[in-house]
Design a protein around this ligand. Structure first.
Ligand code: SF4
Ligand code: MG
Length: 292
């Protein structure tokens, strides 16, 4: 999502907090991500009256309540689809999706590749804690096999998915990864994502001390490793090689950035232009354009 065209405001980061009290458990990593988001919004000068925060269902999907913004708390897994519609209807606004690993990659898994390949001009922040927290501890697509959850009392049969590698594979034009225990890094990467024109994805590891007893704050602190300074963020091969965690460490920082690729709203505006620039274009004419 590009905030470049938006009105800039100067607000202290604390003013991005809404009046709704944050209800997450003490020690939850989501507190660190939320602080990073407040700072990123302040640093990018985002006007809260031009900001739409969309979410699905889950602990992290409560984020819009805590952020001064317009907000849509939608169905489980459907935040990406709704946010795509919001962005197409109002490309003049900043659209941010906040949600979890289960909401995004399991129940909403069908939407993720399409936001990436279509280059929808929005920012997706995924709070990755390897568990369904709100529903009290079920195995998620990013859970490790060692995790004994309510649905997998003997551990799980599957290898966890790799969100950054997935997003790179499907053509996301901005892919970054961070850890909730490093809110300044979270803030810096979220700010860059907000300022990127196109689909920007930020995966943030976040401990759930209530239900994921193995992916602790110490585990994530040891798992992540800052991306070396010489990494070329325009090199998709280098980004994928890092995302594969060759040394067992999860890269933290900006993995990949591609500029200049047309966004979905730009392509749709081009279609409207072909139809004579009428804003209330006839959908039948749009569909006919795709017929052989
Ligand atoms: Fe955070 Fe887990 Fe508590 Fe949800 S259940 S608020 S993810 S610690
Ligand atoms: Mg989760």
């Amino acid at each position: 999502m590009s905030t470049a065209a938006l009105n800039k405001v100067q607000m202290p980061f604390k003013d991005y907090k809404s009046e709704v009290p944050v209800v997450w458990c003490p020690g939850c990593g989501h507190h660190g991500i939320l602080n990073g988001l407040y700072r990123a919004l302040a640093d990018a000068g985002v006007d809260p009256t031009c900001l739409v925060n969309v979410s699905g269902i889950g602990c992290s999907s409560r984020t819009p309540y805590f952020v001064k913004s317009y907000k849509m708390h939608t169905l489980h897994g459907r935040a990406g689809a709704v946010a795509t519609g919001v962005q197409l209807a109002r490309p003049d606004l900043a659209v941010v999706v906040t949600g979890g690993d289960g909401d995004g990659f399991s129940i909403g898994g069908g939407h993720m590749p399409h936001m990436a390949r279509k280059n929808v001009n929005l920012t997706y922040i995924l709070y990755d804690n390897g568990i369904y927290g709100l529903t009290k501890g079920q195995y998620s697509p990013t859970s490790r096999p060692e995790l004994k959850a309510y649905t997998t009392p003997y551990g799980g049969p599957d290898e966890p998915m790799n969100p950054c590698l997935y997003m790179l594979t499907y053509g996301a034009t901005f892919v970054a990864q961070a850890f909730a225990g490093k809110p300044k890094i979270c803030a810096d990467l979220i700010k860059q994502a907000l300022e990127h024109k196109g689909f920007s994805y930020v995966n943030i590891f976040s401990q759930c001390p209530s239900f994921n007893k193995i992916d602790t704050i110490e585990f994530y602190r040891d798992l992540v490793e800052e991306i070396p300074a010489g990494h070329d963020v325009t090199d998709i091969g280098a980004a994928m090689a890092l995302a594969r965690r060759p040394n067992g460490k999860a890269p933290m920082g900006l993995l990949y950035k591609e500029e200049g690729k047309p966004t979905l709203d730009e392509k749709m505006a081009g279609l409207v232009q072909k139809l004579g620039g009428h804003p209330d274009y006839d959908m039948k004419k749009v569909i006919n354009l795709f017929r052989p």
